[in-house]
Unconditional design. Structure first.
Length: 200
């Protein structure tokens, strides 16, 4: 993941921190020309290429979430933008309350947000977690491909004192079942959400 905006250093002009509206206008004008970028806290970041295990995990999670969240009550947005203050993240999944007909703009909240992570694991655990906690997203999962587990963060706290974070972290191993807060009757087997062992 590379930072496109100019970093500030001694003897150089200050960097320009992008606003959400500037990013929206640039994207609408086609300036990014098909590049996979997102805006996080003022910086435009290039999203990492998707390898085979990552792509398979996206497929597996898509089918699982659509089974748990029928379109009559929620929609499963896959790699679509959100509007979180001045940031424009593209989480791998955002489960948003509503129906495909009623959700007509990029959402500002979600019942559940998920990142499938391997090369950007530290970023997803830190900057992304801080962003999602800042905007009080109740539940944030990281599908940790390296550790073959799912990290579940809940209970966003600390925004009022300038230290936004999740107050609860639980790690679910392959043999465990995980239940989204917004779907208490579901119990997803973690191994069924992870890519095939030994795949290229």
């Amino acid at each position: 993941m590379s930072i496109v905006s100019i970093s500030q250093s001694p003897g150089r002009p200050p960097r320009h921190r992008w606003t959400g509206s500037e990013f929206d206008r640039a994207a609408a004008s086609g300036i990014f020309d098909g590049q996979r970028v997102e805006l996080i806290d003022g910086d435009i970041l290039e999203m990492s290429p998707m390898n085979d295990p990552h792509a398979q995990a996206i497929q597996l999670m898509t089918y699982a979430l659509m089974d748990v969240f029928p379109p009559t009550r929620a929609i499963v947005r896959v790699q679509c933008p959100m509007r979180l203050g001045e940031s424009r993240p593209f989480p791998d999944f955002a489960v948003v309350e509503g129906t495909p007909r009623t959700v007509v703009s990029h959402p500002t909240s979600a019942l559940l947000v998920i990142e499938v992570s391997d090369t950007t694991l530290d970023f997803d655990r830190n900057e992304k977690a801080t962003l999602y906690a800042t905007h009080a997203l109740a539940e944030y999962w990281i599908v940790n491909l390296n550790g073959r587990c799912i990290e579940v963060r809940r209970n966003p706290i600390g925004k009022d004192v300038g230290d936004p974070r999740y107050g609860e972290l639980r790690v679910y191993q392959a043999t465990d079942r995980v239940t989204p807060l917004a779907a208490p009757g579901a119990a997803l087997l973690v191994s069924e959400l992870l890519p095939t062992v030994g795949a290229p």
